[in-house]
Ligand binder design. Structure first.
Ligand code: HEM
Length: 353
């Protein structure tokens, strides 16, 4: 993954350097920038050589997201997604187009694998190869033989969409918070320069960044990209002193738990990375598990190391090249729409170092 992260971050820094004015500064909304970055990265990691075709999927996804927002007022009605409205019809059409795009990428790749022409260094190759192997091993047995094409398509879509939105939100809030707290920005930059100087970050050193990790955890606590988890009971469940029957929808409000003063202390809403100085388990008042931006248990986020590494790489490279502060146009408005966005964007002023 690391070469893909590194290539995309290089391109970002180059693009930003080209925006610098005669006084060495420039201003931009970092939210779309971070979305572009994480989309580039997942396109390369997931689809490697088919990267350009993968990028097209995001254009369709943007249109889909706009339509979901437009439909939100009616979604409280049961079955509202099934009503034959113009918006719903268009969304189904987009879903079909995404499916066709993913299918064509998969078909090309399957052919390349059969001809022995693949490099096995992206997610799609790994997925298809493992699926083909499983099918061969199972042979004629009655058990399920690998994944169906539809299942492979859904896997690709899951990775593709979950792999960028959350990480771009994390990076955006990190740049906002470090603009609000220049003292932490300085500490993070000192650490990065100490480890890498002006050189490109490498895996070993990225894993050893302590201050940067504390900052990222504290941003994930205050601005968790996924604000809640949802579960449905399928049998009687005993939860503490509650007996819950089957078919109950449970919501775990990550955002509220991450801000609870009983768990985190009276400064729960303040940005204080030092609470993670000794890691996650000692960050709370009573050592209770209350930090779960990536979920917990068997369904814990499969991409958490990927996300943390990508965030550390991007942040390290930005800190190496620029100082930044919030623009006067910034309005602080965390807003929940699937993930936790800055409602009016994130305009930030940059100064080259
Ligand atoms: C800051 C970034 C990220 C955050 C905050 C995040 C958060 C989460 C959370 C809370 C869950 C659990 C959902 C549940 O239990 O209902 C989850 C699951 C998942 N995440 Fe992430 N995620 C992030 C990045 C990524 C990335 C980069 C990828 C892929 C490259 C990814 C792929 C997945 C997948 C496939 C699952 C489902 C795992 C399963 O059900 O077994 N995530 N994520």
């Amino acid at each position: 993954m690391l070469p893909a992260f590194s290539t995309c971050c290089d391109e970002l820094i180059e693009r930003w350097k080209n925006s610098v004015g005669p006084d060495g500064s420039f201003e931009m909304d970092v939210w779309p920038e971070m979305q572009n970055l994480t989309r580039d990265v997942i396109s390369r990691v997931a689809f490697g050589s088919s990267y350009q075709e993968g990028r097209l999927i995001f254009q369709l996804q943007d249109e889909q997201a706009e339509r979901i927002v437009k439909a939100l007022p009616t979604t409280v009605l049961p079955f509202s997604w099934y009503l034959p409205t113009e918006n719903n019809k268009k969304m189904k059409q987009i879903a079909r187009e995404v499916r066709t795009l993913v299918m064509s990428i998969i078909a090309k790749r399957e052919k390349a694998i059969q001809n022995g022409e693949t490099t096995k260094d992206d997610l799609l190759d790994l997925l298809l190869e493992s699926n083909m192997r499983e099918k061969e091993q199972k042979g004629d047995s009655d058990s399920i033989q690998g994944m169906t094409t539809d299942e492979v398509i859904e896997e690709c879509k899951t990775f593709y969409f979950t792999g960028q939105e959350t990480t771009s939100v994390l990076l955006t809030w990190t740049l906002i918070v470090l603009s609000m707290h220049p003292e932490w920005q300085e500490k993070a930059r000192d650490e990065v320069l100490q480890h890498f100087g002006g050189k490109k970050p490498n895996f070993d050193s990225l894993s050893r960044l302590k201050i940067v990790t504390m900052i990222i955890y504290e941003v994930l606590r205050l601005y968790p990209p996924a604000v809640m988890l949802t579960r449905c009971t399928y049998k009687i469940i005993q939860l503490g002193n509650l007996t819950i029957p089957p078919g109950v929808l449970l919501r775990l409000p990550i955002l509220f738990i991450h801000h609870d003063p009983e768990i985190w202390g009276p400064d729960a809403t303040e940005f204080k990375p030092t609470r993670f100085a000794e890691g996650i388990s000692t960050a709370t008042n009573n050592g209770q598990l209350a930090f779960f931006p990536f979920g917990w248990g068997p369904r814990i986020c499969i991409g958490q190391n990927y996300a943390l590494l990508e965030a550390k790489m991007a942040l390290s490279m930005i800190l190496q090249h620029f100082k930044f502060e919030l623009s006067e146009n910034y309005q602080h408005a965390p807003y929940t729409i699937i993930t936790l966005h800055p409602e009016y964007g994130a305009p930030v002023k940059f100064q080259t170092l």
